[in-house]
Design a protein around this ligand. Sequence first.
Ligand SMILES: Nc1ncnc2c1ncn2[C@@H]1O[C@H](COP(=O)(O)OP(=O)(O)OP(=O)(O)O)[C@@H](O)[C@H]1O
Length: 281
Amino acid sequence: MASIPSQSMMLRIEDMGVTYPRNVLALRPTTVDFHRGEFTVLLGLSGAGKSTLLRSLNHLVLPTAGSVISAEFGPLNSRRTVRQHRSRTAMVFQHHQLIERHTALQNVLTGRLAYHNTLRSLLPFPRQDLELALHCLERVGLADKALTRVDQLSGGQQQRVGIARALAQQPSMILADEPVASLDPATSEKVLGLLRDICREDGITTVISLHQLEYAQRFADRIIGLANAQIVFDAAPEELQPHHLNEIYHGGSNSTPMPGKAPAAKTQPVMPQPTQLEIAR
Ligand SMILES: Nc1ncnc2c1ncn2[C@@H]1O[C@H](COP(=O)(O)OP(=O)(O)OP(=O)(O)O)[C@@H](O)[C@H]1O
């Protein structure tokens, strides 16, 4: 039976694993707690399992083993609990998933849809929703772009609309899947800083997948390093040592134990390609 999460815990994955069709092992059975207000970065090479772990947290990817347990709603073992959990879990995507021919405000308002039934969502949004959406745009510095079509905004501005839409959902958790992968370094820093500051201010638990070590060290409260479908590091950024990076980015041939955990059992370590090594710098 699933154990009960403690007070500060927001979400627990318990012996959760994902194997895709054709026996592709993307995440070995793993147990991890995510705490209230924590800003966690999932770090690893392409194919390490970051997106799989991130998306399984709200069952966008369905775990094939173990369970996801919400402190608020319990184990995600029914359509009802999954729906409840998703209504409080906002997503930010790499390509923002905005409706380009709609205005920034209209896009942010879609963050409110989870709070209305299908029939209600066909009607104009209530005034409170409009005010909230405007407030969210203000928080990401885009109040003056509320009525601008999204396809007339820059990539960084579009991602800020994506964050405002997530905030309009009034989430207790935000899952961000490589939210800066399409942005230049200066814009990436601005977007990540904004997301981190707002989540900190509002106490929103955030899990975000990134390739860039530098950003993970700069913005994360906690880094979870993945390699070969398993967690090989899980601690504060200050604890990340060269041998951990070796584990994350090189398959860890001469690894030492990760903080708080026994050394991970490895099968068939996959060595990164030279292009992949670039991202470790
Ligand atoms: N829908 C799918 N069907 C089959 N295999 C998949 C699917 N999605 C991912 N995989 C495989 O699962 C493994 C983990 O992929 P995942 O996308 O989680 O890695 P990632 O660390 O997020 O990579 P990236 O940084 O490139 O997004 C990879 O081997 C990938 O090819």
